[in-house]
Write a protein that binds this ligand. Structure first.
Ligand code: FE2
Length: 496
C-alpha cells in the first residue's frame, strides 16, 4: 500500500529567501511561526507510534512585500524568508541519542517513568504551538513545561516553567487563550491528586502570572483547549477521563493517552467560571461528545449568555485514528469534525443559584458538518462575536488528508471553498488587515503539500473570497503540522 503523504520525517534544517508568485499585501510584514511533528524516526532506528509524538519542528515564514511604492505593476520583489529548525528539547536529545522512552501515545510506561515524566521533568516535546508570554516566545505542549525559542533564529532558549504563586499541575491545555482587550493570556492546568483540580491562571501583558480560579473534579478529563470571553472561562469536560488511582498503581501500563477511558454515560460537563471572582457560575452537563479545538467564544444579551464554537467529534476514537500506521494507510476514521455553536443560558443558572448553576440551559446548533479540522477565527475577534470560521475541509468518511480550505459564515451558513487541484492543506490562519473594516478584510495563510512536486507551498489567500493571492514554494515537503501564530512584530529586516 502506498503510504499517505505528509507523515514523513523531515530531517533537513534550512533557511531560504523565496520569491513570491502573486503579490503580498503591503501591510503583511510580520512572521508566521508554525509548530508540528517534524520527525517520527530516529538515528538508532527507533520510531514513534503516533502522529502527536513526532519531534517538534518549528517553521518561520517572514513576509517581505518589498517596496512597491513606485511600482504600478505590483509583485516585484516580494519574498518570504523561510527557516525550519528542530526544537532542542530534552525529548529531542533523548530521541537522537537512543534514549527515547515514549511520549503521548508511544511506548509502555512504568510507574517510575510516569512519575518522572509528570513530576520531575515534564514532557517537553513542544510540537503544538508557539505563544508569546510577556516578551518571551514559548513552544508549548500538554505539560506545563514550555520551551523558550529565539523568534528570529528559532534557536532553543531553555525551559519556561510556570512561575509565581499561582497553582499549576501536571497536565496542561496546549492552547492558551488571549483576551485582546487586556492582553491577558489565560491557561488551564490539571493537578492530579486525591481531589484533582483544574487551575485557571493568567499572565498579564507584562508576563506576571496570577490565579483566576480552580475547579474540583473526581476524574480529570483530557482537554486540549478551552473557551474564553471577557468575563468567563469555559471548560468542556469531555467524558474521556483518567482515574488518578490507576495512574499511580505500580507496574507497566500503556502510554499516557491510553490511560484515559471513554465514559459516555457521564456526558460532557460545561463549567463556566467567572474570571474576576473565580466562582463557578454554571456547570451544566450535556450530551457526550469529544473535541480538541474551541474556535472562539463571546457573551450575548448583557452577559447572560455565553456562546462558544467548538469543533466536535463524536467520541475519542479520533485519537486512535491518528496512530501513524492508520494515517499512513489512509485510515483516518473519525478524525473529521463538525463546527458547532453552544449557548449556555447563565440567566437561569444565576437566577436559580449563584454557585450551583447545574440547571443552566445549553443549546447546540450546527454551523458546518461537511468535515473539518483545525478551525480558527480572526484574532481580531477573539472574545468578541465572530462571523467567520476558517478550517481545513475533509471528506467524510475520511480517506485522506484535507483537500480544501473552507470559510464558514455563521450568519448565513454559506461556505466558501479553496482547493488547488490536489494539494493537501494545513491549518488556515486569518491575518486581519491592520486598518480593515470588515471582519474578513485580510488574508488567510496556510501551508499546502504538493505531492507531485515533492514540495510544500506557503499560500496567501484573500480573506473575503478565498481566492489565491500569492504563493511561495518551499525547498522541501513539510510534514503535516499542527498550529501557527502570526506575530506582526517579527518583521522582515529592511533591505540593505
Ligand atoms: Fe491543537
Amino acid at each position: 500500500m502506498v503510504s499517505h503523504a505528509g507523515f514523513h520525517s523531515l530531517h533537513e534544517e534550512t533557511t531560504a529567501s523565496i520569491p513570491v508568485r502573486g503579490d503580498l499585501p503591503a501591510w503583511l510584514r510580520g512572521s508566521l511561526i508554525r509548530n508540528g511533528p517534524g520527525a517520527f524516526s530516529f538515528p538508532d532506528g527507533s520510531d514513534v507510534d503516533h502522529w502527536f509524538d513526532g519531534l517538534a519542528m518549528l517553521y518561520r515564514f517572514t513576509f517581505d512585500p518589498g517596496d512597491r511604492a513606485d511600482s504600478v505593476s505590483g509583485g516585484d520583489g516580494d519574498a518570504v524568508h523561510y527557516r525550519n529548525r528542530f526544537l532542542r528539547s530534552d525529548a529531542y536529545d533523548a530521541a537522537t541519542s537512543g534514549e527515547f522512552e515514549g511520549g503521548f501515545a508511544t511506548g509502555e510506561t512504568t510507574l517510575r517513568s510516569r512519575l518522572a515524566t509528570f513530576l520531575a521533568e515534564p514532557y517537553d516535546n513542544a510540537n503544538i504551538v508557539t505563544e508569546r508570554i510577556g516578551d518571551e516566545y514559548v513552544a508549548l505542549t500538554e505539560s506545563p513545561r514550555g520551551v523558550g525559542v529565539d523568534p528570529n533564529t528559532l534557536a532553543t532558549a531553555g525551559h519556561v516553567d510556570r512561575e509565581g504563586d499561582a497553582p499549576s499541575g501536571q497536565l496542561s491545555c496546549a492552547h492558551f487563550k488571549r483576551d485582546p482587550a487586556t492582553g491577558a493570556l489565560v491557561t488551564v492546568d490539571t493537578e492530579f491528586g486525591r481531589t484533582s483540580r483544574y487551575h485557571v491562571t493568567a499572565w498579564t501583558r507584562d508576563g506576571e502570572r496570577r490565579h483566576v480560579g480552580s475547579v474540583d473534579t473526581d476524574e480529570p478529563a483530557y482537554m486540549h483547549s478551552f473557551a474564553l470571553t471577557p468575563r468567563y472561562v469555559v471548560l468542556t469536560e469531555f467524558p474521556l477521563r483518567l482515574d488518578p488511582r490507576r495512574f499511580l498503581k505500580p507496574g507497566r501500563q500503556p502510554p499516557f493517552i491510553e490511560q484515559f477511558e471513554w465514559e459516555p454515560d457521564r456526558g460532557t460537563r460545561i463549567v463556566v467560571l467567572d474570571r474576576t471572582t473565580g466562582d463557578v457560575v454554571a456547570d451544566p452537563t450535556t450530551d457526550p461528545f469529544f473535541g480538541f479545538h474551541h474556535v472562539n467564544a463571546f457573551e450575548r444579551d448583557g452577559g447572560t449568555e455565553v456562546v462558544f464554537d467548538l469543533e466536535t467529534i463524536p467520541d475519542a476514537t479520533a485519537i486512535d485514528s491518528l496512530y501513524l500506521e492508520n494515517v499512513r494507510a489512509g485510515e483516518m476514521g473519525t478524525m473529521a469534525g463538525r463546527i458547532e455553536r453552544f449557548t449556555v443560558d447563565l440567566g437561569s443558572a444565576i437566577g436559580a443559584n449563584r454557585y450551583g448553576g447545574g440547571d443552566a440551559a445549553v443549546s447546540r446548533e450546527r454551523l458546518f458538518d461537511g468535515g473539518s479540522a483545525l478551525p480558527t477565527a480572526s484574532p481580531a475577534r477573539w472574545c468578541r462575536s465572530h462571523r467567520y470560521v476558517y478550517a481545513m475541509g475533509m471528506d467524510t468518511p475520511v480517506t485522506e488528508w484535507a483537500r480544501r480550505v473552507v470559510k464558514v459564515d455563521a450568519e448565513t451558513d454559506a461556505v466558501r471553498t479553496f482547493d488547488d487541484g490536489g494539494d493537501y492543506f494545513g491549518e488556515p490562519l486569518f491575518v486581519p488587515a491592520p486598518d480593515g473594516e470588515a471582519e474578513d478584510d485580510g488574508v488567510v495563510v496556510t501551508v499546502a503539500l504538493d505531492v507531485d512536486a515533492g514540495r510544500s507551498r506557503l499560500l496567501v489567500l484573500d480573506g473575503e473570497t478565498l481566492s489565491l493571492r500569492a504563493r511561495a514554494t518551499l525547498p522541501h515537503a513539510v510534514p503535516f503540522d499542527f498550529h501557527g501564530r502570526y506575530f506582526p512584530e517579527l518583521r522582515a529586516k529592511p533591505a540593505e
